[in-house]
Design a protein around this ligand. Structure first.
Ligand code: ATP
Ligand code: MG
Length: 442
């Protein structure tokens, strides 16, 4: 027997039994995006590798360790996108979307990072994100945070908390970076190997080290707030005011930094205690320089990305603990199961052919019906068992002469209707009968 191949490590199948919750989450994400006037944008999954190296930063973990890079047949360096902000900015610049224009955009799709797979951390995962281009003031930071808060409300997610911080202007960051290098430089021997490497390249990242000794050092590290200029301070205070007005609770976490170089000013994360080590569900901030650094005009911007796997897992855990299983069952694949009376298994008879004809007729009658046609014949009671297992409410039993004036049989399948007899209905009255009985039992 041929060897069975497995999916690539960290890249998962989503099976039919898991899809209902994904659809629910995706529907809410889209609806909330639209509710704030954001429009969808779709960019390719493959880009020139340098787009990410230059946007995210060539010393970041994403670029150094996690990005899938490969040479195509013409030896061009390509990458699977590890995130979408860089791509959205490229697309905006390429198509002139920001010429004298502001844009509110959202995206949803798979991202790729070669991380160590574990609960909540995969090599292919999905992000929903929003990006607002052209607004410099904190009203827009507050808008994207309100938008994210509305997502939790609509999904009835509990236990997510907002942390915010500001990273300051590029000049502030420069001065702070120097101060961190001086401070951590003095304690170099206490730092873990990763942090020593970051000391010269990306000292801000030492602040979110998870190594105990390093964390102890971080506790006494210089405070970023001392390095902020007045304008940045004003904006941050204004954002805090706006969040208070919106009654959106938050914590200021001065150690919150992000793993991508393009952030300036406001940064934030929505975190939860329900997901173990992978506690960030949604993260983002301002990236006021990225558009111009990638060849566009000066254009302030703010956005976030939300991890769907973590979101879906959070919902699953919550619904399980609420014992709310009814909420989460997949909707039945069928409303109507069409079969035919025939004992003949191997041949397509007139009766089995009528199954397809009648199914098509019902799909014409109502585009929303989910209809399963039974092929392969078999004993009536076996077919009826299949019909019941499909979750359908009605079984329609056709026969060899499915013509308009000839009758078919209909049986209601749900437990509450079990006592009802088989109905005999002329084919040309079937659609109307189903419509009446659908609305009646809904
Ligand atoms: P983390 O600190 O968990 O590595 P990150 O800072 O790398 O997250 P971002 O690049 O800001 O994450 O991405 C935004 C969101 O996307 C995260 O908050 C998380 O929900 C999700 N995410 C990021 N990486 C992964 C991954 N490898 N698998 C699943 N979800 C992910
Ligand atoms: Mg990461």
């Amino acid at each position: 027997m041929a060897q069975k191949l497995q999916s690539v490590r960290g890249m998962n199948d989503l099976l039919p039994s898991q899809i209902a919750r994904w659809h629910r989450v995706e529907a809410v994400l889209r609806a909330v995006g639209w509710a704030y006037g954001y429009q969808e944008i779709r960019t390719p999954m493959v880009e020139q590798a340098e787009l990410f190296t230059q946007s995210i930063g060539d010393q970041t973990d994403i670029v150094q360790k996690e990005m899938y890079i490969f040479a195509d047949r013409e030896r061009q360096q390509l990458a699977l996108r590890p995130e979408a902000t860089a791509s959205v900015v490229r697309a905006c610049n390429q198509h002139g979307l920001l010429h004298n224009a502001q844009q509110r955009l959202w995206y949803l799709g798979p991202m790729f990072r070669r991380e160590r797979p574990q609960q909540g951390r995969y090599r292919q995962f999905h992000q929903f994100g929003v990006e607002a281009f052209g607004w410099a003031e904190p009203d827009m930071d507050a808008e994207v945070l309100r938008l994210s808060a509305r997502i939790w409300r609509r999904l009835q997610v509990r236990d997510v908390h907002l942390q915010i911080n500001t990273l300051g202007s590029p000049q502030n960051q420069q001065a702070y970076r120097q101060a961190l290098q001086d401070y951590f430089g003095k304690h170099r021997q206490q730092l873990d190997a990763d942090s020593v490497r970051r000391l010269d390249t990306n000292p801000l990242r030492i602040l979110d080290s998870k190594v105990a000794d390093t964390m102890a050092l971080v506790a006494d590290a210089p405070d970023l707030r001392l390095f902020l200029d007045d304008e940045i301070r004003r904006r941050f205070e204004r954002l805090c005011e706006l969040l208070h007005q919106a009654e959106l609770p938050f914590t200021v976490n001065p150690r919150l930094v992000r793993g991508l170089d393009y952030y300036t000013g406001t940064v934030f994360e929505w975190v939860t205690e329900q997901l173990g080590a992978q506690n960030a569900v949604c993260a983002g901030g301002r990236y006021d320089r990225l558009v111009e650094n990638r060849g566009g005009h000066v254009c302030p911007a703010v956005g976030f990305a939300l991890g769907l796997e973590r979101m879906v897992e959070l919902l699953r855990a919550q619904e399980e603990s609420d014992d709310n299983a009814a909420n989460v069952t997949n909707s039945a694949p069928a409303d109507i199961y069409v079969l035919s009376v025939t004992e003949n298994k191997s041949v397509t008879t007139e009766a089995t052919a009528s199954v397809a004809t009648v199914s098509e007729m019902l799909r014409d009658a109502d585009a929303d019906y989910k209809i399963i046609a039974h092929y392969g014949g078999g004993k009536l009671n076996k077919q009826m068992k299949r019909a019941a297992a499909s979750g359908a409410r009605f079984a329609v039993i056709t026969n060899a002469d499915a013509h308009a004036a000839n009758p078919v049989q209909v049986k209601k399948l749900h437990a509450a209707d079990a006592q009802q007899p088989m109905h005999t209905i002329n084919l040309n009255a079937l659609a109307a009968w189903l419509k009446d009985n659908f609305s009646f039992s809904k």
